[in-house]
Design a protein around this ligand. Structure first.
Ligand code: FAD
Length: 318
C-alpha cells in the first residue's frame, strides 16, 4: 500500500488534535508515516501509533525552535525523499501552509491549501475546498508531482486505529537558508483554560451586539459551560472589546467546529468566510432579517442579554 507522509504538529511531544484528524484522512489513501520534529519528537509515538501511523520518523535539533520554518521544510523534504509517498498532508495553520508551499516548490509539485475533505476517486487523490467566503465547494487534484495538501482542523473525526508506529530516526542536513531567520524572543499568551479557537469542537462568538468589553463575560460564561472557545467578529475586535487573536473571518481565524454559536453578529460575508464550514450553526440576533439567519441550522430571534444567560443556565443545569 502507498505511504502518506504526515507532518506532525506537537507541543513538546503532545500531539495536537488536527494531526490526529490527518491520520484518519491519510488512512483513506494509504499507510500514514508521521514526521515529528523538535523537542519531544519521540514522545509523539504512542499517540500517533494509536491513531494509525505505521511509522514515526523523528528528528530533534535546536534549529526547529530557534529558526523559522525552513529547518522543518528541510526535514520534511528529507522524509519525502526517504519515503516517496503518495501524498504529503500538513495541518492547515499559518506555519503549516508555509511549510507545504515551500515543500511543493522544492519537489516541483502542486499544493492545495485548506482542504476540508480528501477522497480517492478513480485512483486520483481529490481534495475538497470551501472557497469564495465559503460560497462554493470545489474539488481539486494536483496534476504534477506528489500532492502536498494542508487540511483545516475539524475536517475529520479522530479515530483510533492502532498500528505499529515504529520510531525511526530521520537523517536531516539543514540547508543554507535554514538559519536565515532567527527567533529572538517568544511571548507565551496568557492561558484562558479554553480550547484553541481553530481546534475547538464548539465556538461561541460575540459581535457588535455584545456592546462592550465587559459584556463579553456572558459570551465567556456560555463558552465555559460548553467547554468551548470564544470567538469575536471584527467589529467587536476593532472596538477593542476582544483580542484580535480571537477574531473569526477573512482577516481573522478560520474555524470549522461541530457547533458555532454567533451572538449579536450580523453575518457579513467576511465573517462567514471564517465560520461557514462549521457543522451546526446557531445564531442569536434581535433582528429577524439579519443575514446570518440565511445560513443557520437554528436561529433564535431575541436579545442576546436574555438568551445567552438563559442558555448558559440551561447547559449548566444538565
Ligand atoms: P454588525 O454588522 O454591526 O452586526 C451586529 C448585529 O448584532 C446586528 O445584526 C444586530 O441586529 C445584532 N444585535 C445588536 N444588539 C443585539 C442584542 N442585544 N441582541 C441580539 N442581537 C443584537 N468581519 C469579521 O467578523 N471578521 C473578519 O475577519 C472580517 N474581515 C474583513 C475584511 C475586510 C477586507 C472587510 C472590508 C471587512 C471585514 N470584516 C470582517 C467586517 C465585516 O464586513 C463586518 O463589518 C463585521 O463582520 C460586522 O461585525 P458584527 O456582525 O459584529 O457587527
Amino acid at each position: 500500500m502507498a505511504e502518506v507522509l504526515i507532518f506532525v504538529d506537537h507541543v513538546d511531544g503532545a500531539v495536537r488534535k488536527p494531526t490526529l484528524e490527518l491520520l484518519t484522512l491519510a488512512r483513506r489513501i494509504g499507510d500514514p508515516v508521521a514526521v515529528a520534529l523538535g523537542n519531544g519528537a519521540a514522545d509523539t509515538q504512542a499517540a500517533l501509533a494509536e491513531h494509525g501511523a505505521v511509522k514515526v520518523l523523528t528528528h530533534e535539533a535546536a534549529e526547529y525552535a530557534d529558526y523559522l520554518v525552513v529547518p522543518k521544510v528541510d526535514a520534511l523534504q528529507a522524509a519525502y525523499e526517504a519515503v516517496s509517498p503518495a501524498a504529503v498532508l500538513v495541518p492547515s495553520s499559518a506555519e503549516g501552509k508555509e511549510i507545504a508551499a515551500r515543500l511543493a516548490l522544492r519537489i516541483k509539485s502542486g499544493v492545495i491549501t485548506d482542504a476540508v475533505d480528501l477522497e480517492v476517486a478513480d485512483g486520483t487523490l481529490v481534495a475538497t475546498q470551501s472557497v469564495f467566503a465559503a460560497s462554493y465547494t470545489t474539488k481539486s487534484t494536483v496534476m504534477t508531482g506528489t500532492p502536498v495538501i494542508t487540511v483545516k482542523p475539524n475536517s475529520a473525526a479522530v479515530e483510533s486505529a492502532p498500528a505499529a508506529g515504529a520510531v525511526e530516526a530521520l537523517t536531516v542536513s539543514f540547508s543554507e537558508q535554514a538559519t536565515g531567520t532567527k527567533v529572538t524572543s517568544r511571548t507565551p499568551r496568557e492561558s484562558t483554560g479554553r480550547p484553541d479557537l481553530t481546534e475547538a469542537a464548539i465556538v461561541v462568538s460575540g459581535g457588535r451586539g455584545v456592546n462592550g468589553a465587559d459584556n463579553f463575560a456572558i459570551i465567556e460564561a456560555l463558552a465555559d459551560s460548553l467547554g468551548a472557545a470564544v470567538g469575536a467578529s471584527r467589529a467587536a475586535v476593532d472596538a477593542g472589546w476582544y483580542p484580535h487573536s480571537n477574531q473569526v473571518g477573512q482577516t481573522g481565524k478560520s474555524v470549522s467546529p461541530q457547533l458555532y454559536i454567533a451572538s449579536g453578529i450580523s453575518g457579513a460575508i467576511q465573517h462567514r468566510a471564517g465560520m461557514q464550514t462549521s457543522k451546526t450553526i446557531v445564531a442569536i440576533n434581535k433582528d429577524a432579517e439579519a443575514p446570518i439567519f440565511d445560513l443557520v441550522d437554528y436561529g433564535i430571534v431575541g436579545d442576546l442579554f436574555d438568551v445567552v444567560p438563559a442558555l448558559t443556565d440551561e447547559v449548566k443545569a444538565r
